[in-house]
Design a protein around this ligand. Structure first.
Ligand code: LER
Ligand code: MN
Length: 281
């Protein structure tokens, strides 16, 4: 299991990001704990120095499997279905501006909260149409660079646009691009999916990325989710990507990160010894 953890390159309000602040010091810690990758939350690629990020990641042998874009919504209010066409355009251009960075790092671009909410005066259908057109434009721009986009179904308390895997798969059909898939997050799935394992099987090869947090959005092991069942099912689909920890910095960021990897590695061992004992029967 390739494990990553979310790291913000700029100060952010979103509080399920465990690490903010000094990039190199944080990356050194993340490597020391045994993570294989770091998922970067980047508000605006213009404000980051790709050479510096790449040099630090390489120095520490850390992959960058995904780039989160949600801070552009959280800090600047950009979103695909905003009634203001200038804001819609800015949201699209912002996602497109991540493509060179994503190509360089071989990272997936995450569309989380940037897909927006339905604002007053906008119908659900109109909002969806704007979201689809934006995703078609961004996917088409990303394809020649070999970059994939992953939309994250997000629970109903954060958005009314794409809350679950079924809606995510319908959206994939409507967007119609091979490089457009889903990011599944166990925190959101626990709220929205009738059967989490069945939803993972349903999404199958359209799962481009995977977030883990426990039922309370603390680190895996701090709540009541069955990660052995969830991750076992994920790998049964043939998933080759990263599992990325996105959880609250509780009781503090370092402890959460250390506990998460200890817990997930133990589960990984249990799953592989289980599958080898079944295959040797
Ligand atoms: C982002 O990955 C996420 O899961 C959302 O809950 C952000 O609010
Ligand atoms: Mn998430």
């Amino acid at each position: 299991m390739k494990l990553a953890i979310v790291l913000s390159t700029q100060p952010a309000r979103f509080n399920a990001v465990a690490f903010k602040g000094d990039l190199e010091a944080n990356i050194a810690k993340i490597v020391r704990w045994g993570y294989d990758g770091v998922e970067l939350a980047i508000r605006d690629p213009k404000l980051t120095d790709a050479d510096v990020i790449e040099a630090i990641a390489r120095r520490h042998g850390l992959a960058i499997p995904a780039i989160g874009t949600g801070q552009a919504w959280g800090e600047e209010g950009l979103s695909f279905p905003d009634p203001d066409p200038a804001i819609r355009r800015a949201a699209i251009e912002r996602v497109k501006s991540h493509i060179p960075l994503a190509a360089r790092f071989d990272a997936i671009i995450i569309i989380g909260l940037l897909r927006g909410i339905v604002k007053p005066g906008v119908s659900q259908e109109q909002a969806m149409q704007w979201v689809i057109e934006a995703l078609q434009e961004c996917s088409a721009a990303a394809a020649p660079a070999g970059v994939r986009l992953a939309l994250e179904p997000i629970n109903r308390y954060e958005t009314t646009l794409i809350n679950n895997v079924r809606e995510g798969l319908d959206l994939i059909d409507r967007v119609g691009a091979d490089n457009f898939g889903l990011l599944l997050d166990t925190f959101h799935m626990n709220i929205e999916e009738p059967d989490m394992e069945e939803s993972i099987r349903m999404a199958s090869d359209r799962i481009f990325h995977f977030h883990v947090a426990d039922s309370n959005r603390w680190h895996p092991g701090a709540g009541h989710l069955d990660f052995a069942a969830l991750l076992g099912t994920l790998y049964e689909t043939g998933y080759q990507g990263f599992v990325s920890g996105e959880f609250m910095p509780e009781p503090d960021a370092d402890t959460a990160a250390e506990r998460a990897i200890a817990y997930l590695r133990a589960i990984e061992n249990a799953i592989s010894s289980l599958s080898s004992s079944f295959s040797s029967r």
